[in-house]
Design a protein around this ligand. Structure first.
Ligand code: ADP
Length: 290
């Protein structure tokens, strides 16, 4: 098992040589192991979307490299297509890109473009629809008759149907009600669990990232502020607040306890772990918080 994606000193400048040139990301070096679930988080405008759009070669670095399986994807410009299908990008509000007359055709659009046989396309459409909680009878309907949450799921299914090795989702739950959010994120998590596909979830919600990601990349001003396991990131909850990110309610409770003078760990981000931490603390086993 190696790094599925790696960047080396990756920088991107919008409108270079113009008065409004903007350095969106600067000198980003990190790698992600295959099969991981990575959360990318940071305030609006910190460069999250710019970074992930490099993962399948849609954007070409101003400087630095993007490597997939250790191969520089821009080493030979003619070969870039090979990498396009390895990474599946789900953009923000992907439902605006639905256009076919049926859900089935929309989900099958990507696989058809890959030149797969009709039978293979059909299998993939069914598999992807199932993962996204779309009942078979929905396949013959027009995507435009569906609810917002259902449309979003059709769009995500369309990317899953291409079976990318790396699935990258930019704010997949944005604009949905709390129930719709949970449903979509749970489906993505179980897709990850069942297929082992590497997943990158871009979000501005620490709560979502805490719940689903194994590792977290925190971005700030176009660079990396932190990159570690979810647990280690939450051990630095105060720094997250300083960057302008909100932390889960439960983490705030523990930060407050610490402020009040209790030597308790603050790397708490789920209610279950909170209970364990309190019990440990009460037993005096872990009073020496790091
Ligand atoms: P995020 O996804 O974290 O909100 P973005 O990658 O969208 O951040 O943006 C990073 C920076 O690049 C911001 O300063 C933003 O204004 C700028 N930017 C993004 N897209 C463009 C564009 N098409 N042209 C010029 N500047 C852009």
């Amino acid at each position: 098992m190696g790094a599925i994606i790696r960047t080396e000193n990756l920088s991107y400048v919008y409108n270079p040589a113009m008065p409004d040139a903007t350095t969106a990301i600067s000198d980003i070096s990190f790698e992600m192991q295959e099969h991981e679930f990575l959360g990318i988080i940071g305030p609006t405008g910190c460069g999250k979307s710019t970074l992930i759009t490099h993962f399948n070669g849609l954007m070409r670095p101003t400087s630095g490299k993007v490597l997939i399986d250790g191969q520089d994807i821009w080493a030979d410009k003619k070969e870039i297509r090979k990498f396009r299908f390895l990474t599946g990008l789900v953009f923000q509000y992907p439902e605006y890109q639905l256009f076919e007359e049926t859900v089935e055709k929309d989900i099958g659009y990507g696989p058809r473009n890959m030149g797969l046989s009709p039978q293979e396309v059909d299998e993939r459409v069914r598999m992807a629809a199932d993962f996204c909680g779309l009942a078979p009878e929905m396949l013959s309907r027009s995507p435009f008759e569906l609810s917002g949450g259902q449309k979003r799921r059709v769009a995500i299914a369309g990317v899953i149907a291409m079976r990318p090795r790396l699935l990258v989702l930019d704010e997949p739950a944005a604009g949905l009600d709390p129930e719709g959010r949970d449903t979509i994120l749970e489906q993505i998590k179980s897709y990850h669990r069942e297929t082992g596909t590497s997943v990158v979830l871009v979000s501005h919600s620490m709560e979502d990232v805490a719940k689903y990601a194994d590792k977290v990349l925190v971005m700030k001003d176009g660079g990396i502020a932190m990159y570690d396991t979810t647990q280690q990131i939450f051990a630095r909850a105060q720094e997250l607040l300083d960057i302008g990110l909100s932390v889960p309610q439960i983490t705030k409770v523990f930060l407050r306890l610490r402020e009040m003078g209790l030597a308790i760990d603050t790397d708490v981000y789920t209610v279950k772990y909170a209970a364990e931490t309190v019990l440990r603390f009460a037993e005096g086993g872990d009073g020496d918080a790091s």
